[in-house]
Design a protein. Structure first.
Length: 146
């Protein structure tokens, strides 16, 4: 009947509204957790979980800057960088081998910029590639012309 179809349409609309609200609340919660360096997902290369908080793993952050420098500064391919990482024995967060897709995802992940909220270790300034590549870089910067 017409009344039955109307009722189903209204109930369907309410369900869709609730679904949209859940999605919005989830997005806001994740953004809040990210901006406050709180755990919002599984393991992240470059970060350690301390209860509900995330703190930079400076050893891994150093490799992130190294990979960013090789990619954006020297123009190496993600495949070549993965090979370098594997050859030097550096594994991913969960112990896996590096692949080009992991390299790209890691060096482009702007959440790593949140490390600026933390005090860097004394040895951080010793490596010339630390903090060289600006966050948001999307292409080869040719920092080291021959």
């Amino acid at each position: 009947s017409a009344m039955g179809r109307f009722f189903l349409t209204v109930i369907g609309g309410i369900a869709e509204l609730e679904l949209g609200q859940v999605s919005e609340r989830t997005k806001f919660a994740i953004e809040y957790k990210k901006s406050n360096c709180q755990a919002f997902t599984g393991a992240i290369y470059g970060w350690d979980r301390d209860g509900d908080d995330l703190t930079p793993n400076w050893h891994e952050q150093s490799f992130i800057d190294y990979m960013r420098d090789l990619y954006f500064g020297y123009g190496l391919s993600a495949y070549s960088i993965a090979k370098v990482m594997n050859d030097c024995g550096e594994t991913g967060k969960l112990g896996g081998k590096w692949r080009s897709s992991n390299v790209l995802r890691t060096i482009r992940y702007e959440f790593h910029e949140e490390r600026g909220k933390f005090e860097k270790p004394v040895w951080w300034k010793e490596a010339p590639f630390h903090d060289t590549i600006p966050w948001g870089a999307t292409e080869f910067l040719d920092l080291y012309p021959e």
